[in-house]
Design a protein around this ligand. Sequence first.
Ligand SMILES: [Zn+2]
Length: 92
Amino acid sequence: MDRAIVIVGLAALKEDYLMGKCRTNSVVIDEAIRLLKMNEKRQPIKLPALPTMTKEAWRWGCPKCEFDIGYNWKFCHECGQEMDWSFLGASS
Ligand SMILES: [Zn+2]
């Protein structure tokens, strides 16, 4: 399921809680939303080329920890951040 749909659902649940219709604590709901957002896919960043590479080149890096990642890696091997390569038009 799309994360965005889950987040919208949780927000509705929180409204229910605030109106006394739901027994799940709003703090729990907020935490669930925070965790979901934290685990969102993120686009890789471009790191500067190494001295051994041509000037115009770059390396792909993890947006969270700046670890060198390989093209089309699904996850950073260092911190586990999920990558979003969709901006390159590649299928994920
Ligand atoms: Zn990382």
